[in-house]
Design a protein around this ligand. Structure first.
Ligand code: ATP
Length: 320
């Protein structure tokens, strides 16, 4: 069966999204399908902002961060009338299926189209690693790398000035960026949504370290939206011999050249997404579990919790 596939990136951008678009495009072209890039996520689907992709349209993007198609948050896509407009736009170019690259919100958008009979496959693209149906999302490893580089630099200066760095990282409702970076950087404390350890406990641990170990510096890494890192740094300054300093890494975590793990993952997942469409499988999201590329029903995946590695937190707590 011949297919006309649309590909879009939606939600927060993530390094490796370009590699994912490239893989979807080339895998589809190699099967003789037509491919359209859709600009700015669901916005482009509503506006009919499509660009025909050939092999060379996706040349020289593998190593670039961001997404050359653009991404957007489009709250009005929850409206059924708006979804119907998007479907009409697809019909104008004969587009019969979609690959959507984004987070769980993007998957919900996909599900609303699946319910209307559109063939859709979801790919996990977000630095937050909070997507269901996969152990790792496209962009997570690059963001982790960026955080580790930044915290290593903070450590150099903290150690010279007897400071305690309190670093806020992204992750939304997922603590993986904080926990993995805490392990990589030898942090003393990780504050993550999956654990009850919060500001008071963090402060108590730093005061204890200050009294007992008299270390030259300390590092706390916290997932965004959980604590006020500036307030905690102030308390540390007032209550210990450390000078507390807060750093919010912010959007720098979203950018940068994708690391090899993200390029390989994006390529494997993109090829799998097209394979599913070729097999007439719709409504699935693709992922990686135990280094195997897998897929499962999008809505069943959304209903499950994100895979959380509680053993990793225990390891961190023993080593920190
Ligand atoms: P990130 O994890 O980076 O935030 P995300 O895909 O979860 O990525 P969202 O902003 O939650 O980002 O969702 C992206 C887009 O998906 C929304 O702007 C909207 O267009 C669409 N979307 C989200 N939820 C729904 C829904 N319930 N129904 C239809 N469309 C939705």
């Amino acid at each position: 069966m011949s297919r006309v596939i649309g590909v879009l990136t939606s939600g927060g951008d993530a390094p490796g999204m370009n590699a994912a678009i490239r893989a979807v495009t080339r895998s589809a072209l190699s099967r003789g399908y037509e491919v359209y890039g859709i600009r700015d996520g669901y916005k482009g689907l509503i506006d009919g902002d499509f660009v025909k992709l050939d092999r060379t349209s996706v040349s020289d993007i593998l190593a670039r961060g961001g997404t050359f198609l653009g991404s957007a948050r489009v709250p009005e896509f929850k409206d059924e009338e708006v979804q119907n407009i998007a479907i009409k736009q697809m019909q104008t170019v004969g587009m019969d299926s979609l690959v959507v690259i984004g987070g769980d919100g993007t998957y919900r958008g996909a599900y609303s189209l699946i319910k209307k009979g559109i063939c859709v496959v979801g790919m996990p693209g977000t630095i937050d690693n909070d997507c269901p149906g996969t152990e790792y999302t496209i962009g997570f490893h690059t963001a982790l790398n960026t955080i580790v580089e930044a915290v290593d630099k903070l450590r150099d200066t903290s150690a010279s000035h007897h400071r305690c760095s309190v670093v806020e990282v992204m992750g939304n409702h997922c603590g993986d960026l904080a926990l993995y970076s805490a392990i990589c950087c030898g942090a003393e404390v990780a504050i993550i949504p999956e654990d009850d350890f919060r500001e008071e406990e963090a402060l108590a641990k730093i005061l204890h370290l200050d009294r007992v170990k008299k270390g030259r510096h300390a590092i706390i890494i916290a997932t965004e939206k959980l604590i006020d890192v500036y307030a905690l740094a102030d308390k540390i300054t007032k209550m210990s011999t450390f000078t507390g300093r807060a750093t919010v890494l912010g959007h720098i975590q979203r950018g940068g050249v994708p690391v090899p793990e993200d390029r390989v993952l994006a390529t494997r997942l993109g090829d799998k997404a097209v394979e599913l469409l070729a097999e007439n499988v719709s409504g699935h999201c693709v992922g990686i579990v135990n280094d195997k590329i897998v897929s499962e029903d999008i809505i069943e995946a959304i209903d499950k919790n994100k895979m959380y590695k509680s053993d990793l937190l225990k390891v961190f707590e023993r080593i920190a």
